[in-house]
Design a protein around this ligand. Structure first.
Ligand SMILES: [Zn+2]
Length: 230
């Protein structure tokens, strides 16, 4: 088990790296180990795993990158085990503890800007998603461009947002930052939509499930999620 540390007010990655790893220069390594891209992103109460010296040796560059992201889970229990026990962070008033976002959600820059669905005069340049999926989402959007499919992504409709599932009381997969919506206006829930089948095939090849495969009122052609059975 890796050592953990709970950040307190005023902490920085430099301070924690100095105290817990003996070297403030390891601040970026510490943040990276916790899936955090932005060294300014730290809040009191945030739990950090402290890498052991043997995890850092001989050098990060020489260390083969094991599976860069987890396999898609196939049940709610699998989602909780893989991406964190969200239910433990939901408060009595149905809002979510800010520690949830601090611990699991990161900002992943996109390789190109995509118009924002609800205000196409604006573009998004990054997605907010689960830290374990950030490298996968980057690959997805890189591959969309590499395959010449950028034109099939007309708008971006969001990834992480804490919200109950629209057709029930359970939290949406967006609440884990493991789902994203595209081309929302023309792919409303319960409709066939107009998602390009080449885009669907590409995104599904990375392990995502397309909501356009669901039947009836639950059909959600704007939606891609990195799990099934939920
Ligand atoms: Zn969605």
């Amino acid at each position: 088990m890796a050592k953990t540390y709970t950040a307190v007010k005023g902490d920085t990655y430099r301070k924690i790296a100095a105290a817990m790893m003996g070297d403030p220069q390891l601040a970026a390594t510490l943040a990276d180990y916790n899936g955090i891209l932005d060294l300014k992103q730290i809040v009191a109460g945030q739990q950090l795993s402290i890498p052991a010296a043997r995890d850092l040796a001989p050098s990060r560059a020489a260390r083969p990158r094991a599976a860069a992201w987890p396999a898609p889970p196939t049940s709610l229990q699998g989602i909780l085990d893989t991406f964190g026990n969200l239910l433990a962070y939901v408060r009595d008033d149905a809002t979510v503890d800010p520690k949830w976002e601090a611990q699991f959600i990161v900002r992943q820059p996109l390789p190109y800007a995509i118009p924002l669905d609800w205000d196409t005069s604006q573009s998004v340049t990054a997605v907010r998603c689960h830290k374990l999926l950030a490298p996968l989402l980057l690959q997805v959007f890189e591959q969309i461009a590499a395959r010449g499919l950028r034109g099939t992504v007309k708008t971006y409709g969001g990834c992480y947002v804490y919200r109950p599932k629209r057709n029930g009381a359970k939290p949406s997969t967006h609440s884990w930052g493991i789902a994203f919506d595209l081309n929302v206006r023309t792919n409303q829930m319960g409709t066939a939509g107009d998602m390009d089948p080449r885009l669907v095939e590409l995104i599904e090849s990375f392990g995502f499930l397309w909501g356009g495969r669901w039947a009836g009122r639950g059909k959600d052609p704007m939606h891609f999620q990195y799990c099934s059975g939920y």
